[in-house]
Design a protein around this ligand. Sequence first.
Ligand code: BG6
Length: 501
Amino acid sequence: MKTLEPCTLVIYGAGGDLARRKLIPGLFRLDIANRLPEQMVIMSCGRKPWSREQWVAEVLAMLQTQYPPEVIAHSFERFSARLHYHASPPDDPDAYVRLQKTLEDNPSIPPNMIFYMSVRPAEFPAIIDKLGNVGLLKEHNGWRRVVIEKPFGYDLLSAQSLQASLYKHLNEPQIFRIDHYLGKGTVQNVMVFRFANILLEPLWNHHYIDHVQISHSETLGVEGRAGYFEGSGALRDMIQSHLLQLLALVAMEPPVSMNAEHLRDEKVKALKAIRPIPQNAVHAHAFRGQYGSGNIGGGAVPGYLEEPGVAADSSTETYAALKLFVDNWRWSGVPFYLRTGKRMAESASAIYIRFKNPPQDLLKHTRRDPAHPNWIMLGIQPDDCLKIELQVKVPGLDVHTRTISLDATYHRKGDEKFDAYEGLLLDVIQGDHSLFLRIDEVEAAWRVVDPILKVWSMERDFINNYPAGSWGPRGTYRLFDRDDQFWRHSLNLDGADLQAY
Ligand code: BG6
């Protein structure tokens, strides 16, 4: 375990949802696990004029919703000593000068600083500008890092102008663009699975792989985030960011080392190899839908258009599916199908890799059931696991075959489980960029989705509907290249046969 340099974490938007649900509880967890630097200070900035004592009471209330009383009784005192609060009302012109004085004139505050932008994306250029203007981003005494949350722009152009505004005060190594998906256990396991085992490498290419599916479905709807979601939609919200990152991890070449730049160089190459979709081919490669009313978990739920804050004629997609090709030596001709949706039948995220059939079907005369291809599946959530489907002989006198699933669930009793944000926070403290996005990755991902966004924004009169609680709009099947390709909905054996939507 590395000894960590003391540092100060400044959280903008400390009263907001992300800080309450993930950042503060995650920091508490890291403190309990003795993973925070000894003298680390957590300075929360919010609009409310709270005192330090009021803020500590707020934090206690947040933690009480996630941790049992005995854990709080044992560990909160040490954690609370790290907590400070800085009131930063938007109309206060002196708030940043006061912050600069508090941070830089106080010897008990470590001069290595992280500024976490847990605010609406529209706000962070202005905050970074003000921090820069009072000199807080200059690395003259200790390092300064800034963490920003997606979305990084809403298309390529806006991402580039956001970037230009950040570069006024920051260098690329100071910027940590967080994609919380990369902090998930299985997502990192994609790299371990591929690069710590030799077994798969010879098969990991177009000679043996029929297609790849990357799917994230949720039973939740927009959950009070209509304001954000109306301007985003599922393609920007999930595919441009999280799912294209997963595609990059599956498709990339082995990096020279696990060093952050080597890793990111290979991811960028994979993203750049994605075949551009011309506007006149968007319908053949992309499908969108919007949930109507339906049933989730036995209860009726409203449709997207009935959600508070959604325009009555909104054509924002809550479901998006793409077919992409990675035009390089390894992946030539292999479709990558990406899918995401809200209010779907189940909450599940996984990577499904389907292999080709053997070159000759030697068992066709003795087998009773149709041939089943091999699948390798990496479950991301709810459970992180790895499964492989193979054919075996059914015991008995005849040569009948059956599909079995090798379940290589790698969690053992007693293994520690950390939330994605916990690992990523630690990486920022350590200055490790491996799981954060470099600007060229962000740009490459926008280049993939921009033509689709353009066409969809012009075609606003119609959007396919799907009932809440279903597996999405039926027409999505037209993306598949062949009749024997279909969305896989589950890691279980029956998932391979589920063709209905
Ligand atoms: C976020 C999206 O980035 O990821 C949300 O904005 C989505 O809309 C979420 O629900 C999914 O991540 P997780 O970790 O909750 O599955």
